[in-house]
Design a protein around this ligand. Structure first.
Ligand SMILES: [Zn+2]
Length: 53
């Protein structure tokens, strides 16, 4: 298991596919799978999100 870079909660994606984007179950941040061996994630870019900026 790895940790969410935003809230440090343990995260496990449904699919271990590099490039897969999933939401952290704790804080909802979208995370992108960087690698599977070892498993690592980063915050996914919010290209399609509307935060009112
Ligand atoms: Zn999180």
């Amino acid at each position: 298991m790895t940790q969410c870079p935003t809230c440090d909660a343990g995260v496990t994606p449904n699919a271990l596919i590099v490039g897969e984007i999933f939401a952290c179950p704790d804080c909802g941040t979208e995370l992108e799978v960087l690698g599977t061996a070892p498993f690592s994630v980063q915050c996914a870019p919010k290209e399609a999100e509307d935060w009112g900026e």
